[in-house]
Every structure is written in C-alpha cells, then in structure tokens.
Design a protein around this ligand. Structure first.
Ligand SMILES: Cc1cc2nc3c(=O)[nH]c(=O)nc-3n(C[C@H](O)[C@H](O)[C@H](O)COP(=O)(O)O)c2cc1C
Length: 348
C-alpha cells in the first residue's frame, strides 16, 4: 500500500465512522486530517472580503446594486404596498448607484443596462413613496447625481410591469418536450467552425434565466482559438479522450465576490446551472449540440486552470461546456431517464 492509500484507508475506515456523527468532530476532521475544503473556505472568504471592501471604501459594487434594485422592484410590486418601504437600505442603494454612475466605464460589470434599470427603478420608488425626513434628502441626492444614462421622470421602461402585457411564446409543450429529448450530450463533433453570432444568441437566451436576487454572478469564458481551446480542454479529466474534436469550449466562471454572506456560497452554482440549461437548449434551436463537462474541486486542476486562463481571486470554474455541430455518425449514450413518478414527491 502506498502512503496515499494508507491515508485514504484511515480516513474512510477509521475516522469517517466517528467524525460523521457530530458537527464539531467534522470541523476537527477537516482541521486536522483533510484539507478538502480549505481552498473553498479561503475562496468564499476572499469573495466576501472583496465584496465588503468595495463597499467600505466607497468603490463600485455592481452585484450589491443589482440585489438592492431587485429588492426595490419586489417592494414596488407588492399588492398591499406600504407608502414607505425599504427604509433600511434605500440610502445605501442611492449611494451605491451614485458611485457606480460616477465610475461608468471602469468595469465591465457596470454597463448602461444596469444603470438604466437602477435609475428608472429608483425614480419609480421616489415617485410612489412618501417623502418624509429620510426620503427627502435621498431624493435630492438622487437628483443631483451625474446620471450617465437618460432616465424618465415617469418611468415606463426598466420598471415592474404587469404579467398580462408579456408577449406569449408560441412554443407548445410537445415542441418543448421534443427539444429536451433532442438535446443529448454530444461528444463527437464535425470540424466545422461555429459562427460566433450563434453563440451570442444562445448567451442572450441564457441571460434570461432566473438568478438569485438577479445578481447573475457568472461569466461564459469562451475559447474558440484552437491552441488555447485545447489547453483548456486538456485540463478536465472527463473529456480527455475526445477534447480535441470539440470545436468550442466554454469555462463557466462563478464569482464569489457577489456575496457578503457565506450562506449564499452555493447560489452561483444554481444560477450558473440554470443559465447553462437555457444556453444549451438555445444552442439546440440553432442547430448546435453541446456537452456539459464536470469541474470537480481538485486542487491541482484548479491551479492548472488558474495558470491557463488567469482567474481573479474570487473566481472559480463551475463547469465547462463544449459545443459545435454534432457528427451525425457519433455515438450517443442512451442515458435512461427517471420517470415523473420517481421525480415528483407530492405533499410529503
Ligand atoms: C455537471 C455535469 C458534468 C458532466 N461531466 C461530464 C464529463 O466530464 N464528461 C462527459 O463525457 N460527460 C459529462 N456530463 C454529461 C453526462 O454524462 C450526461 O449529461 C448524462 O450522462 C446524461 O446524458 P444526456 O446529457 O445525453 O441526457 C456531465 C453532465 C453534467 C450535468
């Protein structure tokens, strides 16, 4: 037995039956006997630190603004809306909007779309709440901001709207089901180049996926240039035999600086997964196929990826996606699916 095998044996057969019983024993185990979570711990703290530091130093924090504006919109759509609400965070929101407005063009997170949304929702908020001693000076501050976008005094766009005005899609359930059946993990592709605008289209659809507090803490980092694509594709173990024939590889990056609280550390994975599903289904409608690629939390692979694509301290790959035109002769595993009887557990 190698030293590594002895370590795994001791961990799984001697320690595990004891330490799983109590949370403090688990803490001790991960402190003394395993470093499996240590980088994750540090990354979560790094993200939190970056988030809070920006706010403390009065620097732009687009994730924070996205969350605050989202909260205001939820307040605005309340059926029994109070004449005053959001008093605990409206000051912070106006200040953050001011900072971001002044820093437009300094980061890719701050764009016109975000500022339009924020300014319109803030204006709408000020239009509907009572102007008491808290709101009055904040509205004055809001009006004095050097707005980088044109907003309306009676906002009609970028603000909450009624469900009834939404244009209905003509996709039937049968068509949608067929699309989900058509999508299968494809591992063999034609060498044909993928038009970039099709990927952009799929990404536009992905952006409409739900995301906690509308933060959208992810980025689809795309590699189409052969050498770089192959360098990235060579890292994850799950595609080793066939990565070279995948024409485009995307690394889906999550950003932990979106969160000031540890409790939200898993949210980026959910948000990223939901956006990816829309992305992948959109690809199918455009004639493209894809493969989701696992990104387990393995130290040396994280370092390899970091050295290859230079991640920011708060960034972590969540998974990879390969895409291209499917080779019609390529095999597709049957991959039997669970039934709705198995998946739906009603009222239990
Ligand atoms: C998070 C995730 C990671 C995956 N990783 C890999 C991978 O590394 N290599 C691979 O060949 N397939 C990978 N797959 C594809 C799955 O094997 C596949 O989705 C599953 O077997 C069901 O097949 P289907 O996608 O054709 O329905 C992954 C899928 C997901 C959702």
């Amino acid at each position: 037995m190698s030293l590594y095998q002895i370590k795994i044996y001791v961990q799984n057969n001697i320690l595990l039956p004891i330490v799983h019983r109590h949370r403090k024993l688990a803490d001790l185990y991960y402190f003394l006997f395993s470093s499996e979570f240590s980088r994750e711990h540090q990354k979560v703290l790094k993200g939190k630190y970056i988030h809070l530091k920006a706010m403390k130093e009065g620097r732009p924090n687009a994730f924070h603004l996205r969350r605050q504006i989202h909260r205001l919109e939820k307040g605005l759509i309340m059926k029994n809306r109070r004449s005053l609400f959001a008093l605990d965070y409206i000051g912070d929101t106006v200040n953050n909007y001011k900072i971001l407005s002044e820093k437009l063009e300094t980061t890719q997170e701050i764009d016109e779309g975000l500022l339009l949304w924020a300014s319109h929702v803030l204006q709408k908020y000020f239009n509907v709440v009572d102007h008491n001693e808290v709101i009055k000076p904040l509205y004055e501050l809001f009006c004095q901001i050097d707005h980088k976008v044109k907003y309306q005094k009676e906002p009609k766009e970028y603000v909450p709207y009624k469900r009834a005005v939404v244009k209905k899609s003509q996709i039937s359930y049968d068509d949608f089901l067929q699309l989900t059946i058509q999508r299968r993990s494809v591992r063999y592709f034609l060498p044909d180049e993928v038009p970039y605008d099709l990927i952009e289209k799929a990404c536009t659809a992905a952006a409409y996926a739900p995301s906690a507090c509308n933060r959208q803490p992810f980025e689809f980092r795309i590699f189409t240039e052969k050498d770089m694509k192959n360098k990235v594709g060579a890292i994850p173990a799950g595609i080793r035999p066939f990565f070279k024939n995948i024409p485009v590889i995307i690394v889906l990056i999550g950003k932990l600086s979106a969160y000031p609280f540890e409790r939200d550390r898993h949210v980026m994975y959910l948000d990223g997964g939901l956006a990816s599903m829309s992305f992948i289904l959109a690809l199918e409608t455009l004639g493209l196929s894809s493969l989701t690629i696992n990104w387990p939390d393995i130290e040396f692979m994280e370092n390899q990826m970091d050295n290859t694509i230079a991640l920011e301290p708060d960034e972590r790959p969540m998974m990879l996606i390969g895409l291209g035109y499917a080779d019609p002769e390529g095999g597709i595993p049957y991959s039997q699916k669970k039934s709705h009887e198995q998946l739906l557990v009603a009222n239990k």
